[in-house]
Design a protein around this ligand. Sequence first.
Ligand code: FRU
Length: 466
Amino acid sequence: MNALQRDLKKLVPLVESLGAEKAAADPHRQRFHIQPMVGWLNDPNGLCKIGDTYHAFFQYGPFDVTGGVKHWGHVVSRDLLHWEYRPVMLYPDEPFDCHGAYSGSALVEDGTMYLYYTGNVKFPGDYDYIRQGRGHNVCLAVSRDGEHIDSKTCLMYNKDYPAGLTCHVRDPKVFAYEGRYYMVLGARTVDDRGEVLVFESTDRLHWSHINTLTTPEPFGYMWECPDLFALDGQWFLAVSPQGIKCQNIYGCGYFPVCGDWRGDCTLGEFHHADFGFDYYAPQSFVDGDTDRRLQIGWMGMPDADYGNPATVAYGWQHCMTLPRVLTHDGQGHILQNPVPELTACRGAAVALPDGAEQAVDVCFDLTAAPAGDFSLAFDGGLTLAYADADRTCCLTFTDDAMSGGRTSRCVKLDAPCRRLRVVGDASSLEIFLNDGAAVLSTRYYPAGAPTLRAANLDAVVYPLNL
Ligand code: FRU
């Protein structure tokens, strides 16, 4: 252990113990979503399951509620809903990761965790830190017990990447496939195009660049947090592209892949993964020995002009989405639905009669089968309104205290909206339309347990016993 790690290992628990009580007293503290004990959280990292324990790591800034130098925070769970804090897994404590242990993923073999991540380094000088002055290194941390790091090494520096790239090459997602290992890395080219680099390895340590995935026409200047996976035999490339036109400052979605991504292939049409205000950098993983693919996203948006002042006042910011099950609709679209573990927590159903105001629990799960136009108001300050004529559903804030600066987001559905599900936690709503064909995720800040009022909708609300 080096001296910096030794001291960070003392400092982080100290700031946590100083801030935890205040954060826990926040009425908007989430009940069943991953959130930082104190400070800042962004991307999910290293999602995996070992034995019957799920591990989730996250970009963690314990010293700064607005970001700061990134560590890998660590939580574990048996049911994907109750998460327990573990000590920080990765500290930015080596020359190759000293400005942040940035995002990455986990490969698990024989119970050993191989954590691939980006070592962020900023060299001193007058640099733009895009074309010059930054190191984005692929690093590997190995843990045999899922709690302590046995070794940390740097596998690739910027000089090891293909020519024509800026310094921005990051967020390794690693997986095993057909007897080999593969890694996808998000990249920004010198002519400001986003793309994904594909590397191959036979030993997990030495990597060769075998392919580059991109669109024929430029699609944004940088693709962050790539993920590559198959659902029912169809491959998808998920990315968070920056510099595309969409409702949020940055996009987040996926391309179906046609052909073999190790060689000749093309990317199909880009689909947005979520139409709400707060969704970015999701990561998926296979749930142990099952073939269930789960995905968790960051319920936030970098550089947005809205925020979370209500929680910042309590010294913490951001959370993850619920873990969602991904399935393929057979036509190149991914369906996202809350893990069934949530349904098991439902209490007795309460009807929400059309037109009547009704207080619900802080944590609730609402379902309805709309027959046409409808609206659903949350605490009089946020409305979900659907118009059958153009199959458009909009989420609109009308109350500044509730919104943190959020305004309105819409989605046009491929089919009329006939299924609605809303999962609420103390300060988030995740809205699933047509069995997960479209999702809107947002943070919101109701004064207490919210009051709902539906119009032209017979909904059923289940309190969640968590
Ligand atoms: C995405 C991202 C990643 C990076 C990490 C740093 O939100 O910018 O590309 O690795 O956050 O925290």
